[in-house]
Design a binder for this molecule. Structure first.
Ligand code: AMP
Length: 428
């Protein structure tokens, strides 16, 4: 038998732009996901899970051929069978594909409301808050055009942030118009942009997707955009009325927003309502979530007309935002009770008690590996448990175990038969 060489530094590290979620920090990620999912579930959104990779053309068509996501950031691969796939860079196109493929839109109950949670991949330049593997929770409402639906989704996201105790976020809101009014605006914007002093790639972008130029973060470009025509001033009557209703519903729901006439977002498929949640404690990567209406996407990927709206909230950045605000989440203890046995008979007995406690819903752990009592109690302290159970031969002879309050240090014997109920009472 060969043995593996023992090295002091690990031979492998997480790939650049990625990181491991490890305890105890990882508990915050679970809590954030749950805080986002709970309001969606309460509003009738059902859970959907799609593959981590898709036909690359789904994203090329759905997200947009001219977007950074598609041109620079996708992880693409060719399978042994010759299929061209991409690790999913975002969730909406996949979820809509899944809804169409499974005929969810034909079951007579529109909108189809779905929520999801998972990993997304973008080959971006890594920095704080920007990773190559990141985590989003998303919600999509497919197949209905109703300002109340746009408002519902925005309120659900706000309620998710609020449930976590986050306060320092802002909701930026805009309308991108629709196929009635956007073409004329697009032409007006192109005419304006063509007159500016811009580099080659930006000039190309004017022809393919001029709205994205408004999104340019470089100061030398921004400085030239002050007089750019804005969609706000070119909205048709229907889009204007729609947007006004969304705003009124948000206000009635107690949700404050800022009109941001330059908000366009990095994906091509948005129409009408567009929004982003920004957090000022994060530096450059301030977007903690975003979304909007995408009335044309279904047709772009070969489906029927299905006006839809959705959002994706970034889990990684929300965790950073919580830290920036100094919010401590009220997380359930990993371990409430820690059992330490002296001797084989006590080990068997306490293992049984731990099993019973767990089955009764108490988070309990056990001193494994034959630790001495001193070490076992150290582990109990480190585990964050509130109580330790200690037992040796003499305790068992007396039919008791010692129950130690790790906060006060107080210890008392409790009848073995009563210990599970006793602990449940103490922890309730
Ligand atoms: P987007 O689809 O780009 O609007 O992304 C929605 C949300 O996901 C953003 O608001 C971010 O919070 C998060 N997000 C997007 N890209 C990344 C990334 N590279 N690293 C971490 N979070 C990201």
């Amino acid at each position: 038998m060969t043995t593996l060489p023992v090295t002091t530094s690990p031979a492998f590290r997480a790939p650049r732009g990625t990181y491991d979620l490890i305890p105890p920090r990882s508990a915050a990620y679970l809590a954030v996901r749950e805080a986002f999912a709970a309001p969606a579930r309460r509003a009738g959104y059902g859970y959907v899970e799609t593959p981590g990779f898709e036909d690359v053309r789904l994203f090329a068509r759905g997200v947009g051929e001219s977007t950074d996501i598609v041109t620079k950031e996708m992880y693409t691969l060719t399978t042994r069978g010759g299929d061209e796939l991409a690790l999913r860079p975002e969730g909406t196109a996949s979820v809509l594909r899944a809804a169409l493929e499974n005929n969810l839109h034909k079951q007579g109950n529109l909108p189809v409301k779905l929520w999801y949670s998972g990993s997304y991949y973008r080959y971006e330049r890594p920095q704080k808050g920007r990773y190559r593997h990141f985590s989003q929770v998303g919600a999509e409402a497919i197949g209905a055009e109703d300002p109340a639906l746009d408002a519902e989704l925005i309120v659900l996201a706000v309620d998710g942030y609020r449930a976590l105790g986050l306060t320092g976020f802002r909701l930026l809101l805009n309308s991108l118009g629709d196929r009635e009014c956007r073409p004329a605006y697009r032409t007006a914007l192109q005419d304006f942009l063509r007159g500016l002093d811009l580099d080659g790639p930006t000039r190309e972008r004017i022809e393919i997707n001029p709205l994205r130029v408004l999104d340019d973060k470089r100061p030398e470009i921004r400085a030239q955009l002050d007089a750019a025509p804005l969609m706000r001033d070119h909205l048709c009557e229907a889009c204007k009325a729609y947007h006004e209703q969304v705003r009124e519903l948000l206000t009635a729901a107690g949700v404050a927003y800022e009109d941001d006439p330059r908000l366009v977002r990095g994906l091509d498929y948005y129409t009408r309502t567009t929004f982003e949640f920004a957090h000022d404690g994060l530096g450059a990567q301030s977007a903690i979530g975003g979304g909007g209406r995408y009335d044309g996407l279904s047709e772009m990927i070969g489906g029927p007309a299905l006006p839809s709206v959705g959002w994706a909230l970034g889990v990684d950045r929300t965790v950073l935002a919580l830290a920036a605000e100094g919010v401590e989440l009220d997380l359930p203890a990993a371990t409430d009770v820690y059992a330490a046995a002296l001797g084989e008979r006590a080990r068997r007995t306490l293992f049984g008690v731990v099993t019973e406690l767990r089955r009764a819903g108490v988070a309990a752990d056990f001193a494994f590996g034959g630790k001495g009592l001193k070490n076992a109690l150290k582990s109990a302290d480190r585990s964050g448990a509130r109580f330790a159970l200690v037992a040796g031969e003499r305790d068992l002879d007396e039919g008791v175990v010692q129950l130690k309050d790790l906060g006060s240090g107080e210890q008392r014997p409790v009848a073995l038969a009563a210990v599970v109920d006793e602990l449940r009472g103490l922890l309730a």
